[in-house]
Design a protein around this ligand. Structure first.
Ligand SMILES: [Zn+2]
Ligand SMILES: [Zn+2]
Length: 311
């Protein structure tokens, strides 16, 4: 099989949002039995490679899991291209008006506005005589083939903390790059309970990430560990552990991508790929543009993110 520039997408198509993940799992051709996926509350250090059986790493993955979002998207934008850029590979859902599908995203950053200098910019506050002074911006990453533009973002339901928090729409596209297969969105809210909760999780994740990074920064490219937390088949979030294979750079796309054996299934599109010891290169943990994009059936690929090599 010739090497695909873009993988086959791993969104989970569903008939309706009363999706039956168990039925989808049972008919799964890619990972029958799903033994390599672990429910978050069943994930232990025994699931980690010997050298990585480390409390900080285990806890870091659990914190990351709390930042993972399940997406359900209905509309298909008329702006979708027929083919992936510079290829003749068909672009997902081109020509459809509506196709219910599920994917994964993650909270990448939480910005808290606590000083009252700027008032809340949520839809409600924009038209209110007394907009809230305490508010936040939650930045979210997924793959562009999951949510292509604002039309699709407006028809998205997203679920945090497995099914504990369900939000309809409210996601605003910040940037969406079809060539890189990356979509960055913002959720602006004065629900300070949610903002503070996510900010606390993010702070703990970053604290642990720093320790994990220091521990393996000199051996990340020998050990080649890659962890993914996603919503396979649109069900509960699950953790899979594997290895990355290649780091590929494309000058024309001004991006890099990893390939990996870490298990993914339909529903995993848009999930974050965590490589311990690797720095994606920004002011804290990186832009974290290492987002699962697709598969050729044997090996899985990330999107073409921008990140710096850590050595
Ligand atoms: Zn599967
Ligand atoms: Zn508001």
């Amino acid at each position: 099989m010739p090497k695909l520039l873009y993988g086959l997408q791993e969104t989970q198509d569903v008939e309706d949002f009363e999706n039956d993940p168990e039925a989808n799992e049972k008919s799964c051709q890619k990972n029958p039995g799903h033994a390599s996926f672990h429910l978050v509350n069943e994930f232990t250090m025994n699931h980690l490679p010997e050298k990585y059986k480390n409390e900080n790493f285990h806890e870091c993955i659990l914190q990351l899991a709390k930042l993972v979002i399940k997406l359900s998207v209905g509309k298909v934008s008329p702006e979708r291209p027929k083919e992936w850029p510079v290829t003749q590979q068909p672009y997902p859902y081109y020509g459809c008006q509506r196709k219910l599908r599920m994917g994964t995203a993650r909270v990448e950053q939480v910005i808290q506005h606590l000083d009252g200098k700027r008032v809340c910019e949520c839809q409600k506050c924009k038209t209110s005589a007394c907009p809230k002074k305490l508010w936040g911006e939650i930045e979210v990453y997924t793959a562009a083939h999951v949510i292509f533009d604002q039309t699709e973002a407006d028809d998205t339901t997203w679920t945090l903390f497995d099914d504990a928090i369900k939000l309809s729409a409210g996601l605003v596209i910040d940037t969406c790059d079809v060539r890189k297969d990356l979509c960055k969105m913002k959720f602006i809210t004065c629900d300070t309970g949610l903002v503070n909760q996510l900010a606390d999780i993010m702070a703990e994740y970053i604290r642990l990430w720093d320790i994990v990074y220091s521990t393996w920064k000199s051996t990340w490219d020998e050990d080649k560990v890659a962890v993914i937390v996603s919503h396979p088949h649109g069900g509960f979030k699950k953790i899979s552990v594997g290895q990355w294979r290649e780091l590929e750079e494309r000058d024309d796309l001004k991006g890099k991508r990893f390939s990996y054996t870490t298990s993914t299934c339909p529903g995993s599109s848009g999930a974050y790929v965590f490589i311990p010891g690797y720095n994606t290169g920004s002011w804290y943990t990186g832009f974290d543009q290492l987002i699962h994009s697709g598969t050729d059936g044997q090996i899985n690929f990330s999107a073409f993110g921008i990140f710096l090599d850590s050595k």
